[in-house]
Design a protein around this ligand. Structure first.
Ligand code: NAD
Length: 483
């Protein structure tokens, strides 16, 4: 039984039941909008981890998901989607309070999570191989088979929807999955366990464990029983996980950070740019890997764009997530210090602060919605991921210069183009070093469009049909017919 709304303890969903922490270990989860304790979270240790790994292996070897009729596996996933919607109100309330995000953004996560199960559930019976002609003496075909045990490490900025983004294709392919929840906001993700339990997911085929990344997470990815790793998070953690994966030669999918740029040409519709900016850098207080972190604007409209962006930032409603304002706190005191430190470094370096620039003097971890102008493309604030509500504006004169600036970081997650010129949008999209390009609307696309990075933003793709093939491997079967 997991009744944390009433008893104040979020448990681990371990092999089909609810487990307290090893030796009763708990950590306190805080409401970042109030700077006060919200609930306790039970911490899994070595014992829980080995139970989850054993159960995942047994479930996989028994064929709980992999040998289930694929249509029935798809139906199971549709039931999960229904159960996610059934807990969405309670879950969104908890997610809002533990992460700081607005109530509607928290609802978006549960809705998106349900849609991932519907989308990939519909594919469970469509993972088709091919036949390869080898002449009259042979029959040859390929099959896609699941890896086995998939270990999935989830970040705090979208804990529910990112967990579903990886779990749904993993299940559709027939893998067993162990999810490590993020330290700062694990509670709503534990609720996903409730939906899995109510949908009758086979015990052991999915576990959700809470624990510290450098401890529980590191042990999980180093386990010799893990057949695939899916990591979403920061570059340094991704690098540490890749080193662990090298030791066991385990395939890994890496969804890492970003410092994405929008390129705004002189013929852009500025209304569209400003509404994209609101979503692009102020949604979830800018704690989005694919945030519109840099805005490169043609010099002829640059001052106008900066002025309108500052007016947008100054006009946002601010409050606790439960009041559903435009702008909410960041996730923790530490995150606020990191964001503020980068913004104040920029100020000392002479950047023009068109709006915000510092924390807000109020209860909760609020960074002011910030617009920095005339940002030097080589500076720290233009190169490092801030992961907060801070947009960096820089002017450009030519298309070639804009492309060079947009491509001028070590990241390459997404990019945007704002123009009315169709030919230019195609031409520039091809030149941008990014896994996906938005034209005239930041975040255009959805769960069916492939998402992932190049460079230090990672490799492999999530979302869309394409992602499914990250959760299977190809087996070729060649049969001699010669007698
Ligand atoms: P993080 O790297 O600090 O933590 C991510 C997860 O890794 C957490 O669950 C953490 O507990 C775990 N972890 C930490 N050390 C570990 C270790 N040694 N071994 C195994 N697991 C470990 O990142 P974060 O601060 O939670 O998230 C923010 C980062 O995630 C940003 O860089 C952001 O851009 C990135 N992100 C990327 C995507 C994407 O799809 N590309 C999506 C969301 C967030």
């Amino acid at each position: 039984m997991n009744d944390f709304a009433n008893d104040g303890l979020a448990r681990n969903f371990l092999a089909g039941s609810w487990a307290e922490g090893d030796s009763g270990a708990v950590v306190s989860i805080e409401d970042p909008g109030l700077e006060e304790h919200l609930v306790d979270c039970a911490q899994a240790g070595e014992d829980s981890l080995s139970r989850a790994v054993d159960a995942a292996r047994v479930s996989f070897d028994r064929g709980d998901l992999a040998d289930m009729n694929p249509h029935a596996r798809g139906q199971l996933m549709q039931r999960i989607a229904l159960e996610i919607r059934a807990i969405a109100d309670e879950g969104a309330n908890l997610l809002c309070r533990e992460s700081g995000k607005s109530l509607s953004a928290a609802h978006d996560e549960f809705e998106e999570a349900a849609q991932y199960f519907e989308y990939y559930g519909g594919m469970a019976d469509k993972i088709e191989g091919k036949s390869i002609p080898l002449g009259p003496d042979y029959a040859d075909y390929t099959e896609f088979e699941p890896f086995g045990v998939s270990a999935q490490i989830v970040p705090w900025n979208f804990p529910v929807s990112i967990a579903a983004r990886s779990l749904a294709p993993s299940m559709a392919a027939g893998n067993s999955t162990i999810i490590k929840s993020p330290e700062l906001d694990p509670v709503a993700l534990a609720m996903l366990g409730l939906a899995l339990e109510r949908a009758d997911v086979p015990a052991g085929s999915v576990s959700i464990l809470n624990g510290i990344g450098a401890d529980l997470g590191a042990r999980l990815v180093a386990s010799s029983e893990v057949d695939q790793i899916v990591f979403t998070g920061s570059v340094p953690t991704g690098q540490a996980i890749l080193r662990a994966a090298a030791d066991t030669v385990t395939p890994a999918l890496m969804e890492l950070g970003g410092k994405s740029a929008a390129v705004v040409f002189e013929d852009a519709n500025l209304d569209t740019v400003i509404s994209s900016l609101q979503n692009g850098i102020f949604y979830n207080a800018g704690q989005v890997c694919s945030a519109m972190a840099r805005v490169l604007v043609h010099r002829s409209i640059y001052e106008d764009a900066v002025e309108r962006a500052a007016a947008l930032a100054n006009g946002l409603s601010i409050g606790h997530g439960l009041d559903d304002p435009d702008h909410t706190p960041v996730v923790s005191a530490l995150q606020l210090s990191r964001v503020e430190e980068l913004a104040s470094t920029a100020r000392h370096d002479g950047v023009r602060v068109a709006s915000g620039g510092a924390r807000l003097d109020r209860r909760g971890y609020f960074m002011a919605p910030t617009i920095l102008a005339d940002v030097d493309p080589a500076s720290r604030v233009a190169q490092e991921e801030i992961f907060g509500p801070v947009a960096c504006f820089t002017p450009f004169d030519t298309e070639a210069e804009a492309v060079a600036l947009a491509n001028g970081t070590e990241f390459g997650l997404v990019a945007g183009i704002f123009t009315r010129d169709l030919a230019r949008s195609h031409r520039v999209a091809r030149k941008l070093r990014a896994g996906q390009v938005f034209v005239n609307e930041w975040f255009a696309g959805g769960i069916s469009t492939p998402f992932g990075g190049v460079g230090k933003s990672g490799f492999g793709r999530e979302k869309g049909l394409e992602a499914l093939f990250n959760y299977v491997r190809t087996k070729n079967i060649a049969i001699s017919l010669k007698g």
